[in-house]
Ligand binder design. Structure first.
Ligand SMILES: [Cu+2]
Length: 164
């Protein structure tokens, strides 16, 4: 009886280990992509962002589970109103300048200035607002799905009713 339970446990453990290995492998790339700056395909950014931004998906799918890398291109003076994310945000400034205001007050006068070459990350749920100075490209990487929740629902472009 003990032997049966022992081998059942061993089988269960083996199944668990194989599943853990499979899900780790799903996180790994099976293909290769090299992007020169001119080969990056820009599209309109998702409706969750104010109009005017463009987005390029470089790796993965930010709408799905798993790792992703995307870039956003903002025109000069583009502003993303106060918002949070359900996961850690990781931002690299590729070109231009990003200004970031954080904290409860979101005081724009004490915002951090992030010139090209900057990197920053901040935790899930942290309120922040950001705007560009000059045309600005930022790169986000993280673990999807990527989501944005506006502090004030009226700021959410998805809530703007398009006239019929
Ligand atoms: Cu953000």
């Amino acid at each position: 009886m003990k032997a049966i339970i022992g081998s059942a446990l061993a089988t269960l453990l083996a199944v668990v280990l194989i599943q853990a290995q499979l899900s780790a492998e799903e996180m790994q790339s099976t293909d290769m992509h090299l992007y020169s700056p001119t080969a990056i395909e820009w599209k309109a950014a998702p409706a969750a962002l104010p109009p005017g931004a463009r987005m390029a998906v470089l790796e993965g799918d930010p709408t799905k589970e798993g790792p992703f890398v995307v870039r956003f291109q903002f025109p000069d003076g583009y502003h993303v109103p106060a918002h949070t994310h359900p996961k850690t945000e990781r931002v690299t400034v590729i070109s231009g300048t990003l200004h970031l205001a954080t904290g409860e007050a979101l005081d724009r006068s004490s915002a951090k200035k992030l010139p090209a070459g900057s990197f920053g990350y901040w935790p899930a749920g942290m309120k922040h607002t950001a705007w560009s100075e000059g045309e600005t490209v930022i790169q986000l990487h993280g673990t999807g799905p990527w989501q944005i929740n506006y502090v004030n629902p009226a700021d959410d472009p998805r809530n703007t009713k398009k006239s019929p």
